[in-house]
Design a protein. Structure first.
Length: 277
């Protein structure tokens, strides 16, 4: 049996999901032997509880550190990585550090080489299901720490119940993959929600979205009107801040226009299948 000790910093929906997975896994029994093949001792560290929740002991004993702390927007819309830096100040001397918090490429370039970047693509409302059904995991690493990236990939693949495609790249590319992914989905939401708001009343949006969703080139997700918060446009804890951060590092006219369209959609009210200004 293999034994690991992992310290997870951050107790939100990403950190909580990752910690649960490491502790309980998805395929943690051998079908033949009915014996557990691994054991992971997870220490959950909530940075909000410093210094009462002293992580020193967990850091010293851990085989690896996972960072899942928030990265909110600054006033100018850029990514605020102060919580990441607080954790790195505590444990940057450790050999293996895996960062899952969403952070822009320029900031990643300033982190110690031993930090491997592994972005998550979880939705807050379905984090467990998304984690269980992920088809690809990405590990961004500094040139000198490829072996650490492989160690983390092997850990997650060993615990997971089914094979997951694994991609290795540099940290900056891994970061941009996450931002482009979220920006594309946010654009899809804004595009279809504006379509819903402006199309002729005779057009049945339910039928339109259902049929278009069957095309593999479009897909059925992120077309629901209203959204899960009952409004038009994208919202939540990820898309708004990620698109703001992306517009700070890219001069991308389409993304900037998506943000503007979404701001207009958010102030509209969905009523009887259409909107009122």
């Amino acid at each position: 049996m293999k034994n690991y000790k992992i310290a997870v910093f951050g107790c939100g929906f990403v950190g909580g999901t990752v910690a649960d997975f490491l502790e309980h896994g998805l395929g943690y029994y051998s079908k033949r032997e009915k014996e557990r093949l691994w054991e992971v001792e997870v220490t959950r560290v909530d940075p909000k509880l410093y210094p009462e929740n002293d992580p020193t002991d967990a850091i010293v004993k851990a085989d690896g550190i996972i960072i899942c702390v928030p990265t909110p927007s600054k006033e100018d819309g850029s990514c605020d990585d102060k919580h990441i830096k607080e954790v790195l100040d505590l444990c940057s001397h450790r050999e293996r550090i895996l960062l899952k918090s969403t952070v822009t490429p320029d900031l990643l370039s300033s982190y110690p080489p031993n930090v491997v970047y592994n972005p998550e693509f979880l939705r807050e409302a379905s984090a467990k299901e998304d984690f269980e059904n992920q088809h690809t995991q990405i590990f961004g690493h500094h040139d000198n720490v490829y072996d650490d990236a492989v160690w983390w990939a092997d850990l997650f693949n060993e615990i997971h119940s089914k094979p997951i495609a694994t991609e290795f790249t540099n940290r900056e590319t891994a970061s941009m993959i996450k931002y482009v992914h979220n920006a594309w989905l946010a654009t899809k939401v804004a595009w279809f929600h504006e379509l819903y708001d402006t199309m002729q009343p005779e057009v049945n949006y339910g039928t339109l979205s259902s049929v278009l969703g069957k095309f593999s080139t479009i897909g059925s997700t992120h077309m629901l009107v209203p959204n899960s918060q009952g409004t038009l446009g994208y919202s939540g804890s990820c898309f708004p801040k990620d698109l703001k951060a992306l517009t700070n590092i890219l001069n991308h006219s389409i993304i900037k226009n998506v943000v503007k369209v979404n701001e207009t959609l958010l102030i509209k009210e969905v009523t009887n299948g259409k909107t009122n200004n």
